[in-house]
Design a protein around this ligand. Structure first.
Ligand code: CP
Length: 291
């Protein structure tokens, strides 16, 4: 039994194996058989991609899904997350995919319960399966991480994608820089350098945009001028290397983080990321049950 809560504590060799597994599942369209395993997806924050691509991964591996809806559950009567997971485990659920508003929500669960927990996003903390699918997308493109220049653009301090990716890409040998407004810098982030998108754009191999996390902002910012000041405009994109790619975890605030004409441009891998998410999550489920 394995948890999957962060890439931080996993050996690089294992992460490389998970990337290889995901690419192999994508190419061969042959998946591990996890039928007769019962799983629940517990989402306490909105999600389209993560929730439904987990569901797709679960269906492709033959798993039995026990559906959970936070709004109609006894959470609304005050039941705790621990009691909810303990209850579902008691009736036979063998694995939990959980997204929660609270940073490190999983610590209490893994210290008290003997059931695998997969982190589908914790507060402003980590989003390890998004990170894995991003790694798959970068590796498919370049065949390496070493010495790639990755510029992470936008709302760094509130973004679990930025946190997860900066840490793992640094470990894998990529060079990280952040192009973020002063007010969204994260002083706890010890890796990478700060830059502006105008300075970084012509050298970057990967332009990794972030979503502006409006639901986490204590103070308003000027969304109207954001694209021109900090986002990926067509003019900035025209300075990218021909081999460079555009990434964004989505959902996208069109014409805020990125000019909407660039979302499906030839250098964009945004929808490839979503496709790869299914195969990355199959690799994670296989790791949880079979390694
Ligand atoms: N990228 C991502 O986590 O999207 P969702 O919030 O739709 O799951």
């Amino acid at each position: 039994m394995n948890h999957f809560i962060s890439l931080e504590n996993l050996e690089l060799e294992l992460i490389r194996d998970l990337i290889d597994d995901a690419i192999s599942f994508k190419k061969k369209k042959a998946f591990p058989n996890l039928s007769n395993h019962y799983i629940s997806n517990l989402f306490f924050e909105n999600s389209t991609r993560t929730k439904l691509s987990f569901e797709m991964a679960e269906k492709k591996t033959g798993m039995e899904i026990i559906y959970f809806d936070a709004e109609s559950s006894s959470i609304k009567k005050g039941e705790t997350l621990y009691d909810t997971v303990k209850t579902l485990n008691s009736i036979g659920v063998e694995c939990f995919v959980i997204r929660h508003t609270q940073d490190r929500f999983y610590e209490d669960l893994i210290s008290r319960l003997n059931v695998p927990i997969v982190n589908a996003g914790d507060g402003c903390g980590d989003h390890p399966t998004q990170s894995l699918l991003d790694l798959v997308t970068i590796y498919e493109e370049f065949g390496t991480f070493k010495d790639l220049k990755v510029v992470i653009v936008g709302d760094v301090i509130h973004s679990r994608v930025a946190h997860s990716n900066a840490k793992i890409l640094t470990r894998l040998g990529a060079g990280i820089s952040f192009a973020t407004p002063e007010f969204w810098r994260d002083s706890n982030m010890t890796m990478g350098t700060y830059t502006s998108l105008d300075s970084a754009i012509s050298e970057a191999d990967v332009v990794m945009l972030l979503r502006n996390q409006n639901e986490r902002h204590a103070q308003q910012y000027n969304e109207k001028n954001f694209l021109e000041q900090y986002g990926l405009t067509k003019e900035r994109a025209s300075k990218m290397k021909p081999s460079a790619i555009i990434m964004h975890p989505a959902p996208i605030n069109r014409n805020v983080e990125i000019d909407e004409d660039l979302i499906e441009a030839p250098q964009s891998r945004i929808f490839t990321q979503m496709t790869n998410g299914v195969f990355a999550r199959i690799a994670v489920l296989n790791y949880v049950f079979n390694s």
